[in-house]
Design a binder for this molecule. Structure first.
Ligand code: 4NP
Length: 170
């Protein structure tokens, strides 16, 4: 890795910021919080329904069962335009999240470069066309286990891309 590689910041986004995006944040923190190419990791929701709440207990249970025991978060809504200015990657869990985020970018007239930061997290899973992380909120615990398997896989893929891009820039 080149010594002058610029670290990047990552924002994970879902609807409520209590199930999927905190799970992604917790997993990615456990993989990469001390990685020299990662400067900041956070998560938020496109909606404010749960602002100030802790993550869903089912998200915390899946994290804990997989050895991630120190993750803490309070839900917050995406800040426009600040989050789009401050973060390099704005990674959405499903297509509706992508559309909502791109709509916000467009309404604020933030431009194509900012819009290009918004991507489906599942693009990093290595399957063609990408994958959505389905909303597990109204379902059973198995939905949280499926989401966990996905966010681990996508997080590893993302880290590989960040490392490769730093290599190419250097
Ligand atoms: P999340 O799940 O977007 O993965 O945090 C949801 C949590 C709450 C609601 C919807 C989705 N809700 O409508 O309250």
């Amino acid at each position: 890795m080149p010594s002058d590689a610029q670290p990047v910041s990552i924002l994970f986004v879902c609807l409520g910021n209590i199930c999927r995006s905190p799970m992604a944040e917790g997993v990615f923190r456990s993989l990469a919080s001390s990685h020299p190419l990662i400067s900041r990791i956070d998560s938020c929701g496109t909606g404010a329904y749960h602002a100030g709440d802790n993550p869903d207990p089912r998200t915390m249970a899946v994290l804990r069962a997989n050895g991630i025991k120190d993750y803490k978060h309070k839900a917050r809504k995406v800040r426009v335009p600040q989050d789009f200015e401050e973060f390099d990657y704005v990674l959405a869990m499903d297509g509706m999240n992508v559309a909502d985020l791109r709509g916000m970018v467009k309404r604020k007239g933030l431009g194509a470069e900012v819009g290009g930061k918004v991507r489906l997290f599942g693009e990093f899973g290595g399957r063609s066309g990408g994958e959505e992380v389905g909303d597990p909120y109204y379902g059973g615990d198995d939905g949280f286990e499926v989401a966990f398997e996905q966010v681990v896989r996508f997080s590893r893929g993302l880290l590989e891309v960040v490392e490769r891009e730093a290599e190419e820039r250097g």
